[in-house]
Design a protein around this ligand. Structure first.
Ligand code: TXE
Length: 481
Protein backbone atom coordinates (compact mmCIF):
# COMPACT_ATOMS: atom_id res chain seq x y z
CA UNK A 1 0.00 0.00 0.00
CA UNK A 2 1.51 3.29 -1.07
CA UNK A 3 1.50 6.32 1.23
CA UNK A 4 1.24 9.66 -0.53
CA UNK A 5 3.25 12.48 1.07
CA UNK A 6 2.90 16.21 1.47
CA UNK A 7 5.41 18.48 -0.28
CA UNK A 8 6.55 21.22 2.08
CA UNK A 9 9.68 23.39 1.87
CA UNK A 10 10.99 21.36 -1.07
CA UNK A 11 10.72 18.03 0.79
CA UNK A 12 8.29 15.13 0.64
CA UNK A 13 6.99 14.64 4.18
CA UNK A 14 4.47 12.46 5.98
CA UNK A 15 1.71 14.33 7.87
CA UNK A 16 2.84 15.49 11.33
CA UNK A 17 0.07 13.48 13.01
CA UNK A 18 0.91 10.29 11.11
CA UNK A 19 -2.78 10.01 10.18
CA UNK A 20 -3.91 9.03 6.67
CA UNK A 21 -7.17 8.76 4.71
CA UNK A 22 -7.98 5.81 2.46
CA UNK A 23 -7.74 6.32 -1.29
CA UNK A 24 -9.78 4.07 -3.59
CA UNK A 25 -9.65 3.05 -7.24
CA UNK A 26 -13.16 3.89 -8.54
CA UNK A 27 -13.04 1.29 -11.33
CA UNK A 28 -12.65 -1.59 -8.84
CA UNK A 29 -13.90 -0.06 -5.60
CA UNK A 30 -10.64 -1.22 -3.98
CA UNK A 31 -8.41 0.61 -1.54
CA UNK A 32 -5.01 1.14 -3.14
CA UNK A 33 -3.17 3.97 -1.39
CA UNK A 34 -3.37 6.36 1.54
CA UNK A 35 -3.41 10.14 1.52
CA UNK A 36 -2.13 12.37 4.38
CA UNK A 37 -4.83 13.65 6.69
CA UNK A 38 -2.98 16.92 7.25
CA UNK A 39 -3.87 19.30 10.05
CA UNK A 40 -3.01 22.76 11.34
CA UNK A 41 0.60 21.86 12.16
CA UNK A 42 1.28 20.73 8.57
CA UNK A 43 -0.30 23.93 7.32
CA UNK A 44 1.82 26.03 9.70
CA UNK A 45 4.95 24.35 8.31
CA UNK A 46 3.72 25.02 4.75
CA UNK A 47 3.02 28.69 5.53
CA UNK A 48 6.50 29.14 7.05
CA UNK A 49 8.08 27.47 4.01
CA UNK A 50 5.94 29.56 1.63
CA UNK A 51 6.96 32.75 3.42
CA UNK A 52 10.64 32.17 2.74
CA UNK A 53 9.84 30.79 -0.73
CA UNK A 54 7.98 34.01 -1.49
CA UNK A 55 10.93 36.22 -0.49
CA UNK A 56 13.14 34.54 -3.08
CA UNK A 57 10.57 33.84 -5.82
CA UNK A 58 9.01 37.31 -5.88
CA UNK A 59 12.51 38.75 -6.48
CA UNK A 60 13.33 36.22 -9.20
CA UNK A 61 13.22 37.81 -12.68
CA UNK A 62 10.19 36.81 -14.77
CA UNK A 63 12.43 35.18 -17.36
CA UNK A 64 13.90 32.87 -14.73
CA UNK A 65 10.46 32.05 -13.30
CA UNK A 66 9.40 31.27 -16.84
CA UNK A 67 12.41 28.97 -17.38
CA UNK A 68 11.69 27.02 -14.17
CA UNK A 69 8.02 26.64 -15.13
CA UNK A 70 8.99 25.36 -18.57
CA UNK A 71 11.16 22.72 -16.94
CA UNK A 72 8.13 21.65 -14.85
CA UNK A 73 6.15 21.31 -18.10
CA UNK A 74 8.97 19.20 -19.55
CA UNK A 75 8.93 17.09 -16.37
CA UNK A 76 5.24 16.36 -16.94
CA UNK A 77 5.83 15.53 -20.60
CA UNK A 78 8.68 13.15 -19.73
CA UNK A 79 6.40 11.25 -17.35
CA UNK A 80 3.16 11.67 -19.34
CA UNK A 81 2.27 7.98 -19.59
CA UNK A 82 2.86 7.35 -15.87
CA UNK A 83 0.73 10.40 -15.02
CA UNK A 84 -2.08 9.36 -17.39
CA UNK A 85 -2.24 5.88 -15.87
CA UNK A 86 -2.21 7.37 -12.36
CA UNK A 87 -4.95 9.88 -13.19
CA UNK A 88 -7.16 7.19 -14.66
CA UNK A 89 -6.65 4.85 -11.70
CA UNK A 90 -7.31 7.60 -9.14
CA UNK A 91 -10.34 9.18 -10.81
CA UNK A 92 -11.94 6.36 -12.83
CA UNK A 93 -11.76 8.19 -16.18
CA UNK A 94 -10.71 6.31 -19.33
CA UNK A 95 -6.93 6.28 -19.64
CA UNK A 96 -7.40 7.40 -23.26
CA UNK A 97 -8.97 10.63 -21.97
CA UNK A 98 -6.21 11.18 -19.41
CA UNK A 99 -3.67 10.70 -22.21
CA UNK A 100 -5.33 13.09 -24.64
CA UNK A 101 -6.89 15.69 -22.33
CA UNK A 102 -5.77 15.81 -18.70
CA UNK A 103 -2.02 15.37 -18.90
CA UNK A 104 -1.33 17.33 -22.11
CA UNK A 105 -3.43 20.16 -20.70
CA UNK A 106 -1.50 20.11 -17.41
CA UNK A 107 1.80 20.71 -19.22
CA UNK A 108 0.10 23.22 -21.54
CA UNK A 109 -1.05 25.20 -18.49
CA UNK A 110 2.54 25.50 -17.29
CA UNK A 111 3.86 26.35 -20.75
CA UNK A 112 1.14 28.93 -21.32
CA UNK A 113 1.70 30.79 -18.04
CA UNK A 114 5.49 30.45 -18.34
CA UNK A 115 5.14 32.49 -21.52
CA UNK A 116 2.58 34.83 -19.97
CA UNK A 117 4.99 35.63 -17.11
CA UNK A 118 7.26 37.39 -19.61
CA UNK A 119 4.39 39.09 -21.49
CA UNK A 120 2.41 40.56 -18.60
CA UNK A 121 2.11 44.33 -18.62
CA UNK A 122 0.41 47.12 -16.71
CA UNK A 123 -1.35 50.34 -17.61
CA UNK A 124 -0.26 53.97 -17.46
CA UNK A 125 -2.52 57.02 -17.49
CA UNK A 126 -1.28 60.41 -18.60
CA UNK A 127 -2.95 63.51 -17.07
CA UNK A 128 -3.06 66.69 -19.16
CA UNK A 129 -2.07 68.90 -16.22
CA UNK A 130 1.38 67.28 -16.16
CA UNK A 131 1.27 64.06 -14.25
CA UNK A 132 1.47 60.40 -15.06
CA UNK A 133 0.08 57.40 -13.29
CA UNK A 134 1.39 53.92 -13.69
CA UNK A 135 0.15 50.70 -12.18
CA UNK A 136 2.51 48.38 -10.38
CA UNK A 137 1.26 44.81 -10.36
CA UNK A 138 2.86 42.98 -7.46
CA UNK A 139 2.33 39.38 -6.35
CA UNK A 140 -0.13 39.07 -3.48
CA UNK A 141 2.12 36.87 -1.30
CA UNK A 142 1.14 33.39 -0.19
CA UNK A 143 -1.84 32.13 -2.15
CA UNK A 144 -4.03 29.12 -1.42
CA UNK A 145 -5.35 27.01 -4.29
CA UNK A 146 -8.05 24.39 -3.73
CA UNK A 147 -8.81 22.05 -6.61
CA UNK A 148 -11.40 19.33 -7.26
CA UNK A 149 -11.37 15.68 -8.31
CA UNK A 150 -12.86 15.76 -11.81
CA UNK A 151 -9.82 17.02 -13.74
CA UNK A 152 -7.23 16.62 -11.00
CA UNK A 153 -3.84 17.61 -12.46
CA UNK A 154 -5.43 19.76 -15.18
CA UNK A 155 -7.18 22.03 -12.64
CA UNK A 156 -4.37 21.85 -10.08
CA UNK A 157 -1.91 23.27 -12.64
CA UNK A 158 -4.53 25.71 -14.01
CA UNK A 159 -4.33 27.46 -10.61
CA UNK A 160 -0.73 27.09 -9.55
CA UNK A 161 0.71 28.10 -12.95
CA UNK A 162 -0.62 31.70 -13.03
CA UNK A 163 0.03 32.08 -9.30
CA UNK A 164 3.70 31.09 -9.76
CA UNK A 165 4.04 33.09 -12.98
CA UNK A 166 2.98 36.23 -11.10
CA UNK A 167 5.65 35.66 -8.44
CA UNK A 168 3.58 34.27 -5.57
CA UNK A 169 4.33 31.33 -3.31
CA UNK A 170 1.58 28.71 -3.36
CA UNK A 171 0.00 26.31 -0.91
CA UNK A 172 -2.06 23.90 -2.96
CA UNK A 173 -4.75 21.58 -1.59
CA UNK A 174 -5.75 18.87 -4.10
CA UNK A 175 -8.95 16.91 -3.65
CA UNK A 176 -8.57 14.10 -1.13
CA UNK A 177 -10.45 11.87 -3.61
CA UNK A 178 -7.78 12.24 -6.32
CA UNK A 179 -4.44 13.14 -4.71
CA UNK A 180 -2.10 10.97 -6.78
CA UNK A 181 -1.05 13.17 -9.71
CA UNK A 182 -0.50 16.21 -7.45
CA UNK A 183 1.81 13.98 -5.43
CA UNK A 184 3.65 12.79 -8.56
CA UNK A 185 3.90 16.42 -9.66
CA UNK A 186 5.56 17.19 -6.28
CA UNK A 187 8.26 14.67 -7.16
CA UNK A 188 8.73 16.47 -10.51
CA UNK A 189 9.12 19.79 -8.66
CA UNK A 190 11.74 18.22 -6.39
CA UNK A 191 13.62 16.62 -9.30
CA UNK A 192 13.55 19.79 -11.39
CA UNK A 193 14.86 21.82 -8.45
CA UNK A 194 11.95 24.21 -7.94
CA UNK A 195 13.27 26.46 -5.14
CA UNK A 196 12.10 25.28 -1.69
CA UNK A 197 8.82 26.70 -0.43
CA UNK A 198 7.70 28.22 -3.75
CA UNK A 199 5.08 25.48 -4.14
CA UNK A 200 3.79 23.46 -1.19
CA UNK A 201 1.23 20.69 -1.54
CA UNK A 202 -0.80 19.82 1.55
CA UNK A 203 -3.19 16.88 1.29
CA UNK A 204 -6.25 16.11 3.38
CA UNK A 205 -9.91 16.68 4.03
CA UNK A 206 -11.55 19.81 2.71
CA UNK A 207 -13.39 20.59 5.93
CA UNK A 208 -10.13 20.32 7.92
CA UNK A 209 -7.07 21.40 5.98
CA UNK A 210 -8.99 23.20 3.20
CA UNK A 211 -10.90 25.24 5.77
CA UNK A 212 -7.68 25.98 7.74
CA UNK A 213 -5.97 27.15 4.53
CA UNK A 214 -8.84 29.54 3.74
CA UNK A 215 -8.84 31.01 7.26
CA UNK A 216 -5.06 31.32 7.70
CA UNK A 217 -4.18 34.96 8.33
CA UNK A 218 -0.94 34.80 6.30
CA UNK A 219 -2.67 33.47 3.16
CA UNK A 220 -3.62 36.48 1.03
CA UNK A 221 -5.79 35.00 -1.74
CA UNK A 222 -7.82 31.89 -2.36
CA UNK A 223 -8.54 30.34 -5.74
CA UNK A 224 -11.16 27.60 -5.43
CA UNK A 225 -12.81 25.23 -7.90
CA UNK A 226 -15.46 22.88 -6.57
CA UNK A 227 -19.11 22.61 -5.66
CA UNK A 228 -21.33 25.65 -5.07
CA UNK A 229 -22.15 24.60 -1.49
CA UNK A 230 -18.45 24.36 -0.62
CA UNK A 231 -17.75 27.61 -2.48
CA UNK A 232 -20.31 29.34 -0.29
CA UNK A 233 -18.55 28.06 2.85
CA UNK A 234 -15.19 29.25 1.49
CA UNK A 235 -16.64 32.71 0.77
CA UNK A 236 -18.18 32.89 4.25
CA UNK A 237 -14.74 32.44 5.77
CA UNK A 238 -12.64 34.48 3.34
CA UNK A 239 -14.89 37.51 2.73
CA UNK A 240 -14.78 38.98 6.28
CA UNK A 241 -11.00 38.60 6.16
CA UNK A 242 -11.00 40.66 2.91
CA UNK A 243 -9.03 38.03 1.02
CA UNK A 244 -8.93 38.04 -2.75
CA UNK A 245 -11.27 35.28 -3.82
CA UNK A 246 -11.82 33.45 -7.09
CA UNK A 247 -14.60 30.86 -7.13
CA UNK A 248 -15.23 28.53 -10.06
CA UNK A 249 -18.29 26.52 -9.08
CA UNK A 250 -20.95 24.31 -10.60
CA UNK A 251 -23.00 24.51 -13.78
CA UNK A 252 -26.29 23.32 -15.26
CA UNK A 253 -25.43 24.18 -18.79
CA UNK A 254 -27.86 24.23 -21.72
CA UNK A 255 -27.17 22.86 -25.20
CA UNK A 256 -29.49 24.63 -27.68
CA UNK A 257 -30.18 22.83 -30.95
CA UNK A 258 -32.06 24.67 -33.71
CA UNK A 259 -33.66 23.11 -36.78
CA UNK A 260 -31.13 24.82 -39.07
CA UNK A 261 -28.11 23.27 -37.30
CA UNK A 262 -25.85 20.83 -39.16
CA UNK A 263 -27.70 17.82 -37.78
CA UNK A 264 -24.86 15.29 -37.40
CA UNK A 265 -22.54 17.88 -35.86
CA UNK A 266 -25.22 18.87 -33.36
CA UNK A 267 -25.87 15.25 -32.32
CA UNK A 268 -22.17 14.51 -31.95
CA UNK A 269 -21.51 17.80 -30.14
CA UNK A 270 -24.39 17.26 -27.74
CA UNK A 271 -23.17 13.73 -26.92
CA UNK A 272 -19.65 14.98 -26.26
CA UNK A 273 -20.91 17.89 -24.14
CA UNK A 274 -23.15 15.62 -22.09
CA UNK A 275 -20.92 12.65 -21.43
CA UNK A 276 -17.25 13.65 -21.63
CA UNK A 277 -15.44 12.56 -18.46
CA UNK A 278 -18.68 10.77 -17.36
CA UNK A 279 -20.42 14.15 -17.27
CA UNK A 280 -18.08 15.22 -14.48
CA UNK A 281 -16.99 18.56 -15.97
CA UNK A 282 -18.49 21.81 -14.78
CA UNK A 283 -18.86 22.80 -18.48
CA UNK A 284 -20.87 19.72 -19.48
CA UNK A 285 -24.16 20.38 -21.27
CA UNK A 286 -26.71 18.56 -19.13
CA UNK A 287 -29.92 20.13 -20.50
CA UNK A 288 -30.49 19.71 -24.22
CA UNK A 289 -33.13 22.02 -25.68
CA UNK A 290 -34.23 21.07 -29.19
CA UNK A 291 -36.46 22.97 -31.65
CA UNK A 292 -39.80 21.12 -31.87
CA UNK A 293 -39.72 20.58 -35.63
CA UNK A 294 -36.65 18.32 -35.30
CA UNK A 295 -37.19 17.12 -31.73
CA UNK A 296 -38.14 13.52 -32.48
CA UNK A 297 -35.52 13.04 -35.16
CA UNK A 298 -32.85 14.50 -32.88
CA UNK A 299 -34.00 12.48 -29.86
CA UNK A 300 -33.87 9.20 -31.77
CA UNK A 301 -30.44 9.89 -33.25
CA UNK A 302 -29.11 11.10 -29.89
CA UNK A 303 -30.40 8.08 -27.97
CA UNK A 304 -29.05 5.71 -30.60
CA UNK A 305 -25.62 7.33 -30.38
CA UNK A 306 -25.64 7.30 -26.55
CA UNK A 307 -26.52 3.61 -26.47
CA UNK A 308 -23.29 2.85 -28.38
CA UNK A 309 -21.04 4.51 -25.76
CA UNK A 310 -18.80 1.83 -24.29
CA UNK A 311 -18.84 1.77 -20.48
CA UNK A 312 -16.12 -0.30 -18.89
CA UNK A 313 -12.57 -0.76 -17.65
CA UNK A 314 -10.81 2.62 -17.91
CA UNK A 315 -7.62 0.76 -18.91
CA UNK A 316 -9.17 -0.57 -22.12
CA UNK A 317 -8.40 1.67 -25.07
CA UNK A 318 -11.94 1.18 -26.45
CA UNK A 319 -13.64 2.46 -23.26
CA UNK A 320 -15.50 5.75 -23.67
CA UNK A 321 -17.15 5.96 -20.24
CA UNK A 322 -15.20 5.08 -17.10
CA UNK A 323 -16.19 4.96 -13.44
CA UNK A 324 -17.50 7.95 -11.50
CA UNK A 325 -15.23 9.23 -8.76
CA UNK A 326 -16.62 7.62 -5.61
CA UNK A 327 -19.31 5.33 -4.26
CA UNK A 328 -20.98 8.32 -2.60
CA UNK A 329 -21.00 10.21 -5.88
CA UNK A 330 -22.40 7.18 -7.74
CA UNK A 331 -25.22 6.96 -5.18
CA UNK A 332 -25.88 10.69 -5.52
CA UNK A 333 -26.20 10.32 -9.32
CA UNK A 334 -28.47 7.27 -9.00
CA UNK A 335 -30.59 9.28 -6.53
CA UNK A 336 -30.89 12.08 -9.10
CA UNK A 337 -32.12 9.56 -11.70
CA UNK A 338 -34.70 8.34 -9.18
CA UNK A 339 -35.80 11.93 -8.60
CA UNK A 340 -36.16 12.44 -12.38
CA UNK A 341 -38.50 9.43 -12.47
CA UNK A 342 -40.49 10.72 -9.48
CA UNK A 343 -40.83 14.09 -11.19
CA UNK A 344 -42.47 12.34 -14.16
CA UNK A 345 -39.47 11.95 -16.48
CA UNK A 346 -39.05 8.98 -18.82
CA UNK A 347 -35.64 7.33 -18.96
CA UNK A 348 -34.94 6.66 -22.65
CA UNK A 349 -31.61 4.93 -22.16
CA UNK A 350 -29.40 4.07 -19.16
CA UNK A 351 -30.83 4.84 -15.75
CA UNK A 352 -28.88 2.31 -13.70
CA UNK A 353 -25.58 1.20 -12.26
CA UNK A 354 -23.34 -0.81 -14.58
CA UNK A 355 -21.24 -3.76 -13.39
CA UNK A 356 -18.66 -4.47 -16.09
CA UNK A 357 -17.58 -8.12 -16.01
CA UNK A 358 -14.12 -8.98 -14.64
CA UNK A 359 -11.90 -6.82 -12.46
CA UNK A 360 -14.35 -3.86 -12.55
CA UNK A 361 -17.51 -5.63 -11.44
CA UNK A 362 -17.52 -3.85 -8.07
CA UNK A 363 -16.53 -0.49 -9.56
CA UNK A 364 -18.65 2.63 -9.47
CA UNK A 365 -20.12 2.91 -12.97
CA UNK A 366 -23.33 4.62 -14.10
CA UNK A 367 -24.84 4.04 -17.56
CA UNK A 368 -25.08 7.17 -19.75
CA UNK A 369 -28.66 8.26 -19.11
CA UNK A 370 -31.11 10.31 -21.18
CA UNK A 371 -34.38 11.59 -19.67
CA UNK A 372 -37.29 13.28 -21.43
CA UNK A 373 -40.66 14.65 -20.42
CA UNK A 374 -39.57 17.18 -17.78
CA UNK A 375 -40.11 20.95 -17.85
CA UNK A 376 -37.36 23.53 -17.26
CA UNK A 377 -38.40 24.37 -13.70
CA UNK A 378 -38.24 20.92 -12.05
CA UNK A 379 -35.35 20.02 -9.74
CA UNK A 380 -33.80 17.66 -12.29
CA UNK A 381 -33.43 20.57 -14.68
CA UNK A 382 -32.24 23.07 -12.09
CA UNK A 383 -29.82 21.16 -9.82
CA UNK A 384 -26.34 20.06 -10.82
CA UNK A 385 -25.99 16.26 -11.09
CA UNK A 386 -22.36 16.18 -12.27
CA UNK A 387 -22.66 12.74 -13.79
CA UNK A 388 -23.68 11.02 -17.04
CA UNK A 389 -27.30 12.19 -16.95
CA UNK A 390 -28.88 14.54 -19.46
CA UNK A 391 -32.42 15.76 -20.18
CA UNK A 392 -34.09 16.53 -23.52
CA UNK A 393 -36.70 19.28 -23.86
CA UNK A 394 -38.46 20.67 -26.96
CA UNK A 395 -39.01 24.39 -27.61
CA UNK A 396 -41.01 26.27 -30.24
CA UNK A 397 -39.45 29.72 -30.44
CA UNK A 398 -36.08 31.36 -29.88
CA UNK A 399 -37.57 33.33 -26.97
CA UNK A 400 -38.75 30.11 -25.32
CA UNK A 401 -35.32 28.56 -25.79
CA UNK A 402 -33.66 31.55 -24.14
CA UNK A 403 -36.08 31.52 -21.19
CA UNK A 404 -35.52 27.80 -20.63
CA UNK A 405 -31.74 28.17 -21.00
CA UNK A 406 -31.70 30.88 -18.33
CA UNK A 407 -34.09 29.07 -15.95
CA UNK A 408 -31.43 27.92 -13.46
CA UNK A 409 -29.46 29.50 -10.64
CA UNK A 410 -26.25 28.63 -12.49
CA UNK A 411 -24.59 30.57 -15.30
CA UNK A 412 -21.38 28.90 -16.41
CA UNK A 413 -21.52 27.75 -20.04
CA UNK A 414 -23.80 26.97 -22.97
CA UNK A 415 -23.50 25.70 -26.51
CA UNK A 416 -25.70 26.81 -29.41
CA UNK A 417 -26.10 24.79 -32.60
CA UNK A 418 -27.48 26.82 -35.52
CA UNK A 419 -26.36 28.20 -38.89
CA UNK A 420 -28.24 31.47 -38.42
CA UNK A 421 -25.46 33.82 -37.41
CA UNK A 422 -27.76 36.65 -36.32
CA UNK A 423 -29.63 34.31 -34.00
CA UNK A 424 -26.36 33.02 -32.56
CA UNK A 425 -25.19 36.55 -31.75
CA UNK A 426 -28.57 37.47 -30.21
CA UNK A 427 -28.55 34.40 -28.00
CA UNK A 428 -24.89 34.82 -27.02
CA UNK A 429 -25.74 38.30 -25.74
CA UNK A 430 -28.92 37.18 -23.97
CA UNK A 431 -27.71 34.05 -22.24
CA UNK A 432 -26.71 34.33 -18.61
CA UNK A 433 -23.41 32.47 -18.69
CA UNK A 434 -19.72 33.23 -18.64
CA UNK A 435 -18.94 31.07 -21.69
CA UNK A 436 -20.85 30.63 -24.95
CA UNK A 437 -19.86 28.09 -27.59
CA UNK A 438 -21.41 28.28 -31.04
CA UNK A 439 -21.36 25.11 -33.15
CA UNK A 440 -18.74 23.64 -30.83
CA UNK A 441 -18.22 22.72 -27.18
CA UNK A 442 -15.24 23.04 -24.82
CA UNK A 443 -12.97 24.47 -27.46
CA UNK A 444 -10.61 26.30 -25.14
CA UNK A 445 -8.19 29.13 -25.87
CA UNK A 446 -6.19 29.64 -22.67
CA UNK A 447 -6.07 33.42 -23.23
CA UNK A 448 -9.84 33.81 -22.80
CA UNK A 449 -11.74 34.54 -19.55
CA UNK A 450 -13.10 31.37 -17.95
CA UNK A 451 -15.73 31.42 -15.22
CA UNK A 452 -19.38 31.91 -14.48
CA UNK A 453 -22.11 34.21 -13.24
CA UNK A 454 -24.92 33.67 -10.72
CA UNK A 455 -24.19 30.60 -8.56
CA UNK A 456 -21.45 29.42 -10.90
CA UNK A 457 -18.96 31.64 -9.18
CA UNK A 458 -17.10 34.89 -8.87
CA UNK A 459 -14.18 36.11 -10.97
CA UNK A 460 -12.52 34.74 -14.07
CA UNK A 461 -9.55 32.47 -14.64
CA UNK A 462 -7.44 32.22 -17.79
CA UNK A 463 -4.94 34.47 -19.56
CA UNK A 464 -4.13 37.84 -18.08
CA UNK A 465 -7.33 37.68 -15.99
CA UNK A 466 -5.59 35.05 -13.86
CA UNK A 467 -2.38 37.08 -13.60
CA UNK A 468 -4.44 40.10 -12.57
CA UNK A 469 -6.16 38.01 -9.89
CA UNK A 470 -2.83 36.83 -8.49
CA UNK A 471 -1.38 40.36 -8.33
CA UNK A 472 -2.27 43.45 -6.36
CA UNK A 473 -2.52 46.62 -8.51
CA UNK A 474 -0.91 49.70 -7.00
CA UNK A 475 -1.29 53.11 -8.64
CA UNK A 476 1.75 55.39 -8.59
CA UNK A 477 1.08 59.05 -9.48
CA UNK A 478 3.98 61.35 -10.41
CA UNK A 479 3.53 65.09 -10.89
CA UNK A 480 6.19 66.50 -13.14
CA UNK A 481 5.50 70.12 -13.44
O1 TXE B 1 -16.67 18.90 -4.05
P1 TXE B 1 -16.09 19.96 -3.05
P2 TXE B 1 -17.51 17.58 -3.73
C1 TXE B 1 -19.77 19.92 -7.75
C2 TXE B 1 -20.53 18.70 -8.23
C3 TXE B 1 -20.36 17.74 -7.11
C4 TXE B 1 -20.46 18.68 -5.93
C5 TXE B 1 -19.85 18.19 -4.66
O2 TXE B 1 -21.89 19.02 -8.36
O3 TXE B 1 -21.37 16.76 -7.06
O4 TXE B 1 -19.75 19.82 -6.36
O5 TXE B 1 -18.56 17.67 -4.91
C6 TXE B 1 -12.26 21.07 -0.88
N1 TXE B 1 -13.00 24.52 2.86
N2 TXE B 1 -18.40 20.00 -8.25
O6 TXE B 1 -18.23 17.68 -2.43
O7 TXE B 1 -16.37 19.61 -1.63
C7 TXE B 1 -12.19 19.60 -1.22
O8 TXE B 1 -11.29 18.94 -0.35
C8 TXE B 1 -12.07 24.48 1.89
C9 TXE B 1 -18.19 20.93 -9.31
O9 TXE B 1 -16.63 16.43 -3.91
O10 TXE B 1 -16.50 21.28 -3.54
C10 TXE B 1 -11.71 19.65 -2.66
O11 TXE B 1 -10.30 19.88 -2.70
N3 TXE B 1 -12.00 23.50 0.97
C11 TXE B 1 -16.77 21.14 -9.59
C12 TXE B 1 -12.45 20.88 -3.20
O12 TXE B 1 -12.82 21.63 -2.05
C13 TXE B 1 -12.92 22.52 1.02
C14 TXE B 1 -15.77 20.11 -9.31
C15 TXE B 1 -13.68 20.57 -4.03
O13 TXE B 1 -14.52 19.72 -3.29
C16 TXE B 1 -13.92 22.52 2.01
C17 TXE B 1 -16.13 19.26 -8.19
C18 TXE B 1 -13.95 23.58 2.95
N4 TXE B 1 -14.88 23.67 3.91
C19 TXE B 1 -17.42 19.21 -7.74
N5 TXE B 1 -14.69 21.43 1.80
C20 TXE B 1 -16.39 22.08 -10.68
N6 TXE B 1 -16.76 23.36 -10.57
O14 TXE B 1 -15.74 21.70 -11.64
C21 TXE B 1 -14.20 20.78 0.73
N7 TXE B 1 -13.11 21.43 0.26
Amino acid sequence: MMDIQNYIGGELRPPASGRYLDNFEPATGELYSRVPSSDASDLEAAVDAAQSGFLAWSQTPAEERSRVMLSLAEGIEARAEELALAESKDNGKPVSLARTLDIPRASANLRFFAAAATQFFSESHQMEMGAINYTLRQPTGIVGTISPWNLPLYLFTWKIAPALAAGNAVIAKPSELTPMTAYLFSTICRDVGLPAGVLNVVHGEGAVIGQRLVEHERVSSISFTGGTVTGRAVARTAAPMFKKLSLELGGKNPTLVFADAVFEDAVEGAVRAAFSNQGEICLCGSRILVESSIYERFRDAFVERVSTLLVGDPNASSTQQGAVVSEAHMNKILGCIELAREEGGTVLVGGERVRPPGRCENGWFVAPTVVEGLGPSCRTNREEIFGPVVTLMPFDTEAQALDAANATDYGLACSIWSQDISRCHRLAAGIHSGLVWINTWMLRDLRTPMGGMKQSGVGREGGFEALRFFTEPKNVCIKYG
